[in-house]
Design a protein around this ligand. Structure first.
Ligand code: S3P
Length: 172
């Protein structure tokens, strides 16, 4: 079966929901940030600090490409993945399904504590909000748009993902 890619902004809950979706569907789970960290043997922060964002994006695309060669995966992408047209093409050409997890900005902000906000591309809330607004049109290109309140648990989100997928299968 084709892969499932969860896309959306930092703090949207892609990793937590992805793990549950994978478990429930009996699929393997890949967190793309973890895959990049393993490949480069550095943390995301170290990659940004010592190599810069360019090499991070190259490694991210390389890892995404590896997943696109496989099937039956649930993949949680980093927040920047779906803003790259080449990455979107990789996903599209793999005939995978992309799902945009879309909680409101306020929910993202209240969910992320100070440690979580220490992501390299979350400099402060003002800059992060501008990035969120800029990237949203890209996320909306995903096959499925899951509007969330932000109050859902990862299990709730996983249930929603699975029921939309089931509806899609009925429609085809
Ligand atoms: C990034 C999001 C992060 C990670 C890196 C860059 C971004 O992933 O890939 O820090 O530019 O939005 P999460 O969305 O899992 O936090």
């Amino acid at each position: 079966m084709s892969n499932l890619y969860l896309v959306g902004f930092m703090g949207a809950g892609k990793t937590a929901a992805g793990r549950v979706v994978a478990r429930r569907m009996g699929r393997d789970f890949v967190d793309l940030d973890d895959a990049v960290e393993r490949q480069l043997r550095l943390s995301i922060r170290e990659i940004f600090e010592s190599l810069g964002e360019g090499p991070f994006r190259q490694a991210e695309t390389a890892e995404l490409g590896k997943t696109a060669m496989m099937s039956d995966l649930v993949v949680a992408t980093g927040g920047g993945v779906f803003s790259d047209p080449g990455n979107r093409s990789l996903i599209e050409e793999a005939e995978a399904v992309s799902v945009f997890l879309d909680p409101p900005w306020e929910a993202i902000c209240s969910r992320l504590d100070e440690k979580d906000r220490a992501r390299p591309n979350w400099i402060d809330d003002r800059q992060a909000r501008a990035l969120f607004v800029k990237r949203r049109p890209d996320y909306l290109l995903a096959d499925i748009h899951l509007e969330l309140t932000g109050a859902e648990t990862p299990v709730d989100v996983a249930d929603m993902v699975r029921s939309v997928l089931a509806e899609m299968q009925c429609d085809t």
